[in-house]
Design a protein around this ligand. Structure first.
Ligand SMILES: [Zn+2]
Length: 274
């Protein structure tokens, strides 16, 4: 996850510090525009608004440090305890609908939310990841059609490496994500995007193949070790057999052998030379 630093923005658009309030919430927005338009707005000193991060596709901009209070939630107490994330989308289209944030924007958002949740130990549920309109003092439609439930579920999945199909390695998951992205781009009819995502998926799969070769080498080395161990076990088993028959002989002729000698014999048989 690469974050592009777009700091600093004018000091009128955020507050230094957080009044010692602990970060415990993530607030989600949509820009009603693209990432460039948000970047312009937050660098405008008369805007008196900001967010910590903005996402478009796989690009993340950071405008405000997490240790500072951004003005985004429409509620000062929430601003103090939250990290605000903007998402590219929401412009009015020719057919009078609003542009839905892309699948890649959702995926990148989930990656960022997962990372934030891990660092601040924020539970990944809808009590802690909120829409702007769930915390704002003034009415807003933000964050529109951003699928925040999907993002929370996906972020949870990212931070839960065990269970289900999560027994995949990071590389395997990455390859699967790349293939999924290629499929999504194809279904959207975006041929250039499909080609790019396909090339990425191919690279990821190639890396998996390399991993597999390395793994196979390790397995064959371990198999040689196991076979050597098995030979050792066989030797010990043979020794024990011999030992048992010697003990039987000793029991049959108790007078022929002192106890100390018997013990020495057993120890020798099991452990080799004393
Ligand atoms: Zn908003």
């Amino acid at each position: 996850m690469k974050i592009i630093d777009r700091k600093p923005i004018p000091p009128s658009n955020y507050k230094v510090g957080r009044n010692s309030i602990k970060i415990g919430t993530v607030v989600m927005h949509w820009i009603v525009g693209n990432l460039a338009s948000a970047d312009g707005a937050f660098h405008n000193p008369s805007r008196i608004a900001s967010a910590h991060y903005g996402i478009e596709g796989n690009t993340i901009f950071q405008w405000v440090g997490e240790d500072l209070t951004a003005y985004h939630a429409g509620n000062f107490a929430t601003n103090l305890k939250s990290i605000g994330i903007e998402h590219s989308g929401g412009e009015l289209l020719a057919d009078n609908t609003r542009r839905k944030p892309s699948q890649q924007t959702h995926e990148t958002s989930a990656q960022l939310v997962a990372d934030i949740a891990k660092r601040y130990r924020i539970p990944l549920d809808r009590n802690h990841v909120k829409k702007h309109n769930e915390v704002s003092d003034s009415p807003t439609q933000c964050c529109g059609s951003l699928d925040i439930d999907w993002i929370v579920a996906r972020a949870k999945e990212i931070n839960t490496p065990q269970g289900g199909d999560n027994d995949m390695t990071d590389d395997q998951r990455k390859a699967l994500d790349s293939l999924q992205l290629a499929k999504t781009e194809f279904s959207l009819g975006n041929l250039e995007g499909t080609a790019n995502a396909g090339a990425g998926a191919l690279r990821d799969v190639k890396r998996l193949e390399n991993d597999k070769v390395q793994l196979e080498t390790t397995i064959s080395k371990n198999e040689a070790k196991i076979s050597a161990l098995e030979q050792e076990v066989n030797k010990v088993a043979l020794g024990l057999d011999k030992c048992q028959s010697d003990l039987k002989d000793a029991q049959a002729n108790p007078n022929n052998m002192e106890l100390g000698e018997l013990i020495r014999l057993v120890v020798t048989k099991i452990f080799g030379k004393t």
